[in-house]
Write a protein that binds this ligand. Structure first.
Ligand SMILES: Cc1cc2nc3c(=O)[nH]c(=O)nc-3n(C[C@H](O)[C@H](O)[C@H](O)COP(=O)(O)OP(=O)(O)OC[C@H]3O[C@@H](n4cnc5c(N)ncnc54)[C@H](O)[C@@H]3O)c2cc1C
Length: 425
C-alpha cells in the first residue's frame, strides 16, 4: 500500500502514527513545501521574540521519520492531484503514485488587496517558521510595526515583536480583539493587558492604504482617516484552507476539503485533516474548518486509521482556543457568542482589575460553551462536561466559583469525565 500525505505538520503526524499502529509495512511518503521537519507552529512568536531557540521548535523526535520508515520530501510543493490516475504532481515536474492520499496542507494566510502594499519590502505574514525568521532578520531595522488583524495570529505577531522591544500597534476591524473565539469582556481584558504592556490596540478600524516611497513604508492610512507612522506591516487577518492545488480535481472543496466522519473526501481513497478540512461541528453538525492544533491532530489520527481500512469516527469538532498573553491565560470553547440568545442561559463572573473573567453558556441545563480568562486550570472539566452533555443542575451554583473542580461533581461523574483539554505544542 502506498500512503501519500501532503503537508508535514500536526495533522500529518497524527495520521502517520495511526497508519503505523495498523500497518507496519506500507510505504508512507510525506511531501512538504516547507524546509523544516514538523514543528510547533504556535511557537513561532516565541522564536521571533527570542524566548526559545530553534532547537525547541521541533514537534517530534529527530528520528521520528526514520523510525516509522517514512520517506520525507521537504521543499517540495504539490501542484495538482489526478484522482483517476491516483498521482500527485510536484512543482519540480515529477509525479508520485498513491493508493491512499491525505491532504493535510493547513491554511494559507489571506492578504487582501490594499493600496500601496505591492512592492513594499517590510510587509509580512505570520504563519510559518520562515515568516518569523524573516521578521527577525530585519528586526534591527524595525521601529514601529502595525499589525493588521487582532485575531490569534495577529496577537501572536504582536507579542513576538513586543518581546524584541519594538513598538506595536494592532488594528482590528471588529469591536474587540479575538472576536472570533472570545466575547466582548474577554477581548477587553486581554486588550487591557496588552495596553498595560505598551501595545496600542485600535478597534473598529482598518488599514486602507500603505504609505511610503518605493519599497519603504512611512505609515498606514486607516479608514477613519487617521494615519499611523510605521515602517513595518504584518498582515494577519486570517488563514484560508490551502486547497487551491485541488482545483480541477474531482475532490469537493467548499471553504475547505469536505470530509465525512472518517475524514474521507468526496473521492474514495482521498482524505483530508486539519486546518484544510471542513469536518462536522460538534454542536451544529454543519461542516466547518476548525483551525486549531488539537483538532488537527485528532482529525489526522482518524484519517490515518481510516486510510488503513480500520475504523474510528470523528465526534465532531469542538471549537477551542487556548492562548496566553503576558501571563494572562485564556481559553474559549464551544459556543461563546450564541446567535439566538433566547435559547441559551449565560452566567458570568468578572474582575477586570485582576484580569479574571468566566462565562458559562448553558442550553437546557447543559454546558455548551465557556470562556475562561485568568484561571484556566480546570478547563478540562468544562470541555468534558460539554462533550458528555452532562446535566449541570446538581452543581450549577459552583460553575462560576474560582475553585470549581472535581470536588463539586457528583461521584459517579468524576471518573467518567476526564478527557483533558488538548495540549498545544
Ligand atoms: C502564529 C500561530 C499561533 C497559533 N497558536 C495556536 C494556539 O495557541 N492554539 C491552537 O490550538 N492553535 C494555534 N494555531 C493554529 C495551529 O497552528 C493550526 O491549527 C495547526 O498548525 C494546523 O495543523 P495542520 O497540520 O492542519 O496544518 P499546518 O500546521 O498549517 O501545516 C500544513 C503544512 O502543509 C504545507 N503545505 C501546504 N500546501 C502544500 C502543498 N501544496 N504542497 C506541499 N506542502 C504544502 C504547509 O506549508 C505546511 O507546512 C496557531 C497558528 C499560528 C500561525
Amino acid at each position: 500500500m502506498n500512503y501519500v500525505i501532503i503537508g508535514n505538520s500536526v495533522a500529518a503526524v497524527g495520521a502517520v502514527r495511526a497508519i503505523r499502529a495498523h500497518d507496519s509495512q506500507g510505504n508512507i511518503t510525506i511531501i512538504s513545501r516547507e524546509r523544516h521537519s514538523a514543528y510547533g507552529r504556535p511557537l513561532i512568536s516565541y522564536l521571533l521574540g527570542g524566548l526559545i531557540t530553534e532547537k525547541r521548535m521541533a514537534y517530534i523526535p529527530e528520528d521520528f521519520y526514520e523510525k516509522l520508515g517514512i520517506n520525507l520530501l521537504l521543499n517540495s510543493e504539490v501542484v495538482g492531484v489526478d484522482t483517476k490516475k491516483q498521482v500527485v504532481a510536484l512543482s519540480a515536474g515529477d509525479t508520485i503514485k498513491y493508493d491512499r492520499l491525505l491532504v493535510a496542507t493547513g491554511g494559507d494566510p489571506f492578504v487582501p488587496p490594499i493600496e500601496g502594499l505591492t512592492g513594499k519590502e517590510k510587509v509580512f505574514t505570520f504563519t510559518t517558521w520562515d515568516d518569523a525568521a524573516k521578521l527577525k532578520a530585519v528586526a534591527h531595522d524595525i521601529d514601529h510595526a502595525v499589525i493588521l488583524g487582532g485575531g490569534l495570529i495577529g496577537l501572536k505577531a504582536a507579542e513576538g515583536l513586543h518581546l524584541l522591544g519594538k513598538r506595536v500597534t494592532i488594528v482590528e476591524l471588529a469591536d474587540r480583539i479575538l472576536s472570533a473565539a472570545f466575547d466582548r469582556p474577554a477581548g477587553r481584558i486581554v486588550a487591557k493587558k496588552m495596553k498595560a504592556n505598551g501595545i496600542d490596540v485600535i478597534t473598529e478600524d482598518t488599514v486602507v492604504k500603505i504609505e511610503g516611497d518605493g519599497a519603504d513604508i512611512s505609515g498606514v492610512l486607516l479608514k477613519s482617516g487617521d494615519v499611523i507612522p510605521c515602517d513595518t506591516v504584518v498582515v494577519a487577518i486570517g488563514v484560508r484552507p490551502a486547497a487551491g492545488f485541488l482545483k480541477g480535481s474531482a475532490i469537493e472543496v467548499n471553504r475547505g476539503v469536505v470530509v465525512d466522519d472518517r475524514m474521507e473526501s468526496s473521492v474514495k481513497g482521498v482524505f483530508a485533516a486539519g486546518d484544510v478540512a471542513e469536518a462536522r461541528d460538534f454542536f451544529s453538525s454543519q461542516k466547518n474548518p476548525m483551525p486549531i492544533w488539537p483538532d488537527a491532530y485528532i482529525q489526522g489520527d482518524i484519517a490515518g486509521t481510516a486510510m488503513t481500512g480500520a475504523d474510528k469516527e470523528y465526534a465532531g469538532g469542538l471549537a477551542m482556543n487556548s492562548i496566553e498573553f503576558f501571563k494572562v491565560s485564556t481559553i474559549s470553547m464551544g459556543i461563546t457568542n450564541p446567535a439566538n440568545a433566547s435559547e441559551y442561559e449565560v452566567l458570568t463572573y468578572q474582575n477586570t482589575e485582576s484580569y479574571q473573567y468566566r462565562k458559562i453558556v448553558l442550553k437546557e441545563n447543559r454546558l455548551v460553551g465557556a470562556v475562561l480568562v485568568g484561571n484556566v486550570e480546570r478547563a478540562g472539566i468544562f470541555s468534558g462536561l460539554i462533550r458528555d452533555g452532562v446535566d449541570i443542575t446538581p452543581f450549577r451554583e459552583h460553575l462560576l466559583a474560582p475553585d470549581f473542580g472535581f470536588i463539586h461533581l457528583p461521584k459517579d461523574l468524576r471518573n467518567s469525565l476526564f478527557a483533558p483539554v488538548g495540549k498545544v505544542a
